[in-house]
Write a protein of this length. Structure first.
Length: 469
């Protein structure tokens, strides 16, 4: 009663028989808040109701541009990440739009875009071993873990993990992913994904290199680097143009070049596919390609959940690992962009949103997803205003599934490998190891030697899943 009077300036009970002033008892707290907590809880769990009423044409245009830009980026990335996960390429496209649509309704960050990522794909590859049904079940289990942790308000727990630990895991995963893609880059089919085995394969399998694929792969890497450099230079130049003389024709020229650099993935993949199509003669192609991709959207399918009958224990354990890593990656991205663009997010609601994305995706043949740093960065730089930008991203993926899968069959694996390698190389943190080496040289060198020289130590510490290099 004292809190109510201090909060609202009037007594809780004006009189015993006054029906108008008597608090309601059909609320979650017996009427003490007069439905205030019910409304606040609803807004918390459905963040879309807070930004949707203020939506207008200006925000809609900005979201359309940003969402389309991210959509053109996610199509080649999702195909490549599905291959990284050791799954058919079409499952990358399936996983690229269900989650991003769910996040529109339940996410609290306008910049985050949800879908397949390199780290999650690597974890799926090491746990599912190419079993599509197992990967889909992992999405359901991981989503349930995320949802439960979010509803129990465990958002604060994720920030107990130190930055060096997170940077070390990310860097190790990036190295493992890049090493595993070298085989596709140079046309070697039976290529191991573990870092130590890759070092051996470089020496023992060099005679299996397909020089056409290798030439294409390294050319794609060079083009990706040049387009990335063009993007950075253009960003500086059109920024200077705005500051000095405003939006002149030169501003739009540099802005166009910036968009060209931003679309480097789709430019490289389409150019490689066109080259393969032009050189395709007598049912023979000079490159190893993705091959046939089933057109159309996936259907609701619960038959895959039969995996729980005989593999429930491994699913619960693997799903927990994937859930924790997915939450780490997703929350770190959301927190980073909320600080950069000066708005608030709710960590626990982000857990709920990622959980719903994975649970919903599991019923439509999707493997585990989380927030993508590279695509979220593009989303932010493209000027997205609300979470509705994700709707246009998902719509573009749907259109590709319906009408353009016939063209994807000509995409060389070397081009996709180049896209993955160029994307993950920026995830490697060189600063943290140098600083740690300066602090404790002896202990770090002993630990590094122990991990490298003792296979049993690598297994116990998670080397096989890419946790430590």
């Amino acid at each position: 009663k004292q809190w109510y009077q201090a909060e609202y300036g009037v007594p809780l009970f004006m009189g015993e028989d006054d029906e108008e002033t008597r608090p309601r008892d059909d609320t979650c707290c017996g009427g003490l808040c007069q439905k205030r907590c019910c409304v606040d809880y609803g807004k918390k769990r459905f963040p879309a109701v807070t930004w949707a009423p203020q939506y207008n044409i200006e925000k809609g245009n900005a979201d359309l541009i940003a969402g389309t830009t991210v959509g053109l980026m996610v199509v080649p990335q999702s195909l490549a990440y599905a291959i990284t996960a050791n799954l058919p390429a079409v499952y990358g496209l399936y996983s690229a739009y269900i989650g991003v649509w769910a996040y529109v309704l339940f996410g609290t960050s306008k910049d985050v875009t949800v879908g397949p990522t390199s780290i999650m794909s690597s974890l799926v590859a090491s746990t599912a071993n190419g079993d599509v049904s197992y990967a889909i079940c992992l999405s359901l289990v991981a989503g349930l873990y995320m949802l439960i942790l979010g509803l129990l308000e465990f958002g604060w727990v994720m920030w107990l993990i130190s930055y060096p630990t997170l940077a070390g895991f990310t860097s190790a995963a990036a190295i493992k992913i890049a090493a595993g893609e070298i085989g596709d880059l140079v046309g070697i089919k039976d290529w191991d994904s573990d870092f130590i085995d890759v070092c051996v394969d470089v020496v023992t399998k060099y005679n299996q290199i397909r020089w056409t694929d290798a030439l294409l792969g390294f050319t794609c890497l060079a083009i990706l680097f040049l387009l990335w450099l063009l993007q950075k230079i253009s960003a500086i130049r059109f920024g200077l143009e705005v500051q000095e003389v405003g939006k002149t024709p030169m501003y739009y020229f540099w802005r166009s070049l910036w968009y060209l650099g931003l679309m480097r993935n789709i430019v490289v993949v389409l150019a490689a596919a066109l080259l393969d199509y032009c050189l395709y003669l007598d049912d023979d192609t000079p490159f190893i390609v993705i091959g046939y991709i089933k057109p159309g959207l996936q259907t609701l399918d619960i038959s895959v959940f039969q995996k729980f009958h005989d593999q429930w224990a491994s699913l619960l354990l693997d799903g927990l690992v994937i859930a924790l890593i997915g939450l780490l990656e997703g929350l770190a991205i959301a927190k980073s962009f909320s600080k950069k663009n000066n708005y608030e997010i709710n960590n626990s609601q982000e857990m709920v949103a990622l959980g719903i994305c994975n649970i919903a995706g599991s019923f439509f043949q999707c493997y585990p997803v989380t927030g993508s740093f590279s695509r979220s960065s593009v989303n932010s730089e493209s000027g997205v205003r609300t979470q509705f930008g994700g709707f246009w991203t998902g719509l573009l993926v749907v259109l590709c599934l319906l009408f353009f899968t016939v063209f994807f069959s000509y995409i060389p694996l070397a081009a996709l490998a180049a896209v993955i390698i160029f994307a993950v190389v920026f995830m490697i943190n060189f600063y943290i190891p140098v600083e740690m080496w300066k602090v404790k040289k002896t202990r770090n060198s002993q630990l590094g030697c122990y991990i490298y020289l003792r296979p049993s130590a690598r297994d116990r510490m998670g080397y096989s899943s890419g946790n430590i290099v």
